[in-house]
Design a protein around this ligand. Structure first.
Ligand SMILES: [Fe+2]
Ligand SMILES: [Fe+2]
Length: 214
């Protein structure tokens, strides 16, 4: 009886892995799916009570992805602050640096609540967005408002990525009944949305008009 359960779980894992291979063609997604499937098997074997373990492990993998993203963003924001022309944008980047530190701490709390070790998994999307921010700094002249307009564009792409991620992860947590995690993810999500709005206000309030006159 016990053996047949393991065989069933194994079959389920292989099926899941193939399903993901069809859905995700990027190498990192394949690696994520394989790791998730492997861990799912292990977890089920250890505890025997994680009914929806594939979904749970996928959720954990995505938390690791955004954890990596936040940890790298917190290093990039001070560079963006230094590159900014206007005081308003520099101070917005400064403010969001400390808020991003809070997002990292919040994710660590989430991992802790879920009984998981906080671990980062490379997020190719954030790596690309931060590379784009670097290019904007390289391609624009120091001390110009065009640079600020470009930095706002780069930062808003980052915020929108975070909003999409936290929005989805919050719904995942809701559907799994992790109410404490939902509260924590909502707090971060609200801050990302507020940051996006603040950036729009800086752009519309002064930066874009001044950039147009340069
Ligand atoms: Fe964040
Ligand atoms: Fe953010």
């Amino acid at each position: 009886m016990h053996n047949s359960l393991i065989i069933n779980k194994k079959n389920k894992t292989i099926h899941l892995c193939l399903g993901y291979l069809k859905t995700f063609t990027q190498p990192n997604r394949m690696a994520t799916a394989k790791t998730a499937a492997k861990t799912a098997t292990k977890k089920t074997g250890n505890t025997g009570k994680m009914e929806n373990s594939e979904f749970h492990e996928f959720f954990i993998d995505e938390l690791k992805d955004i954890y990596w993203a936040e940890k790298h963003l917190v290093k990039a924001l001070p560079k963006m602050k230094k590159a900014a022309t206007s005081e308003g944008l520099a101070s917005a980047f400064g403010k969001h640096t400390s808020e991003t530190q809070e997002h990292i701490a919040t994710l660590e709390e989430v991992f802790n609540l879920l009984g998981e070790k906080a671990a980062a998994k490379k997020c190719d999307a954030m790596a690309g967005l931060l590379e784009e921010a670097d290019s904007i700094i390289e391609d624009t002249e120091k001390g110009t408002m065009v640079r600020d307009a470009g930095l706002i564009l780069a930062a808003q792409k980052v915020e929108h990525y975070e909003i999409a991620t936290y929005g989805t992860l919050r719904v995942f947590a809701e559907s799994m009944g992790h109410d404490d995690v939902v509260t924590l993810l909502t707090k971060t999500l609200d801050n990302e949305k507020a940051t996006d709005l603040a950036l729009t206000e800086i752009a519309v309030g002064a930066v874009n008009a001044q950039a147009a006159e340069e």
